[in-house]
Design a protein around this ligand. Structure first.
Ligand SMILES: C[S@@+](CC[C@H](N)C(=O)[O-])C[C@H]1O[C@@H](n2cnc3c(N)ncnc32)[C@H](O)[C@@H]1O
Length: 315
């Protein structure tokens, strides 16, 4: 019973993330014409939350762009715990149609995403799947040409690898793996198994992870208490102690190298004109609160193959 409640609470974090993204998009922080298909109306969020999401979306986006610039479109992107993320459609808008794009989440989440995609032509028609996609939708999974949405618990690594095989994932193709606020909800030993399997599986890969960091202070305690009050526990919070623990998790799992930046650094890596633009969108009374928030999240990257060893958050 407790495990079911915990799983539901974890899945609900996707609703929070989607709601925060829609709130920021509605105020003009960044453009995403697709997010509103997954959640009805925006709920106002405090300016520091909107700015934090902006830094997260732009930081991750800049690493994705660098990856594609390096390897071209003949690559695969695997989004672990993708929730209602709209990257597949946003990338197409920028002229990038990668060879294979795979999204994974719990079946309870992917089945809702399947319904939204099937209901909205602007999403569905872009899968280039026509009738095949309708036939291939089994409730929790949806298969298009070069797009696969798969319902699976990431802690069942064997099942996950089986599903990736079924979608034509190739070991030799450059691969971008994404996990935004996902690994922290899994048990440490399961994360290790997952990261180790992925490190063995791909010859040239870049892993981009966004999650909590510097959690061993009072602000971190407060974040944990707030999450616990919503029945949401963070079994892998030990890996979020500092930037080094974030890196070590990958190195211990067999990745060739790893780097991590806290979100203060990511925020300051944005161009000054972009920062000025978003800072004019809303008045922020509590700069201190924004800085505290940014200090408690980070982007970590890990790579297989020296091709990605020079990856950097700065331009
Ligand atoms: C905070 S949400 C983030 C969603 C998306 N990555 C984003 O940035 O908007 C975390 C997501 O990870 C998924 N997740 C967490 N643990 C998982 C697991 N063991 N297997 C599959 N999905 C998982 C949740 O269901 C949820 O959709």
């Amino acid at each position: 019973m407790a495990a079911i409640l915990q799983e539901e609470a974890i899945q609900a974090t996707n609703d929070d993330a989607t709601s925060c993204k829609l709130a920021a998009v509605s105020l003009g922080y960044w453009e995403d014409p697709y997010v509103s298909y997954f959640i009805r109306s925006p709920t106002r969020k405090p300016p520091e939350i909107n700015r934090g999401y902006y830094a997260r979306v732009k930081g991750v986006e800049s690493l994705i762009n660098k990856f594609i610039k390096k390897v071209g479109n003949n690559c695969q992107i695997i989004n672990l715990g993708a929730g209602f993320d709209t990257l597949f459609w946003r990338l197409q808008d920028t002229g990038h149609s990668v060879a294979n794009f795979i999204e994974l989440d719990f079946p309870a989440v992917t089945s809702k995403k399947c319904i939204c995609i099937q209901k909205n032509k602007n999403l569905f028609n872009r899968l280039k799947a026509g009738e095949d996609a309708a036939a291939g939708c089994t409730g929790a999974d949806l298969h298009g040409t070069g797009y696969h949405l798969l319902g699976v618990d990431l802690q069942s690594v064997d099942r996950l690898l089986e599903k990736l095989d079924q979608c034509g994932v190739q070991d030799g193709l450059p691969t971008l793996l994404l996990a935004e606020c996902v690994l922290v909800y899994m048990r440490g030993e399961e994360v290790h198994r997952l990261l180790s399997c992925l490190a063995r599986r791909f010859r040239a890969a870049l892993f981009v992870s966004y999650e909590q960091v510097n959690m061993n202070d009072r602000f971190g305690d407060m974040m944990l208490t707030n999450l616990r009050a919503r029945s949401c526990h963070l079994p892998s919070v030990a890996a979020c102690r500092d930037l080094d623990s974030q890196r070590q998790r990958f190195l211990q799992a067999g990745w060739d190298g790893a780097k991590a930046w806290d979100m203060v650094e990511v925020y300051h890596s944005l161009t000054s004109s972009e920062r000025r633009r978003i800072e004019r969108l809303e008045f922020l009374d509590e700069q201190e609160l924004l800085m505290q928030l940014l200090q408690h999240y980070c982007i970590a990257v890990a790579w297989k193959s020296d091709l990605f060893a020079d990856v950097s958050i700065a331009d």
